[in-house]
Design a protein. Sequence first.
Length: 290
Amino acid sequence: MAVTVRECLELQLLEVEMLLTMFPKKGEISLDADAVPSVQRYLRNADGALPPPLEFTIAVDVGEAKVKVELQVLLPHMYPHVAPQLFARSDALHRQQQSQLNTGLASHISSLDLGELHVYEAVQWVKDNSPPYLENSKISSDSASKEVIVKDTLHRMWIYSHHIYRQELRKKIFDSAKKLNLTGFCLTGKPGVICVEGLQENCEEFWRVIRYPNWKHISCKHVESIKTEGSVDNLRLFHDFEDLQFRAHGDYGLRNDYHMDLGQFLEFLKQHQSGHIFQILFGVKGKLSD
């Protein structure tokens, strides 16, 4: 007998309730306030639109030093009959160790039977298997600190979308930028444009997070990478992460479907030494009105 979305969502709520009981301390589980209620509303009235996939983060204490490793969890609507989407990250891990850890986690989860609840199993796996990666990361850091010159790379990503409207999507964009210490902006409306700048690994993590689950009509149009022996902060073009809305015309009902004044946007780019990006984003040279 085929399993329904409703049955899967009921199991997901049971698992979240269990996890909240197992991790009761403040900050152990980060879950949007409306995540569970939106699923409950759907279960009361399954004729409506599907709720957003449940998405949350569990902070795992690893080893005697209790190093924080975050397990980012996204549950597709048909989980547990499809695999959960999991990603472990920690400020104490270098990118290579973090990648290796996640490869091992993915391999372990793929070996488990579908239909069973796997998030706590993933938490336990991260707790048991992270220490060697953390130790290797510390050794790498100690070796790097002996080098005379340490270079960082400022990464700047220019991301284009057909449109950006939804409040939950905008919240994810701004929360992720803040969490990853990224500056830049989000241009809301049609078209939608995002610029993020900061450490390369943080920009790449931001790109992974906002694309997930699959966001249609979005692409990274251009990437700038600049190596520096000093702080990447000295190379930033933006002081914070700004919310841009250059509304030109339109207010078409519930979608608030308005277009952007691209002339104002071009002026903004030029004020931030980025006028050349306009043609990369839109395929035409920008021209300011008199």
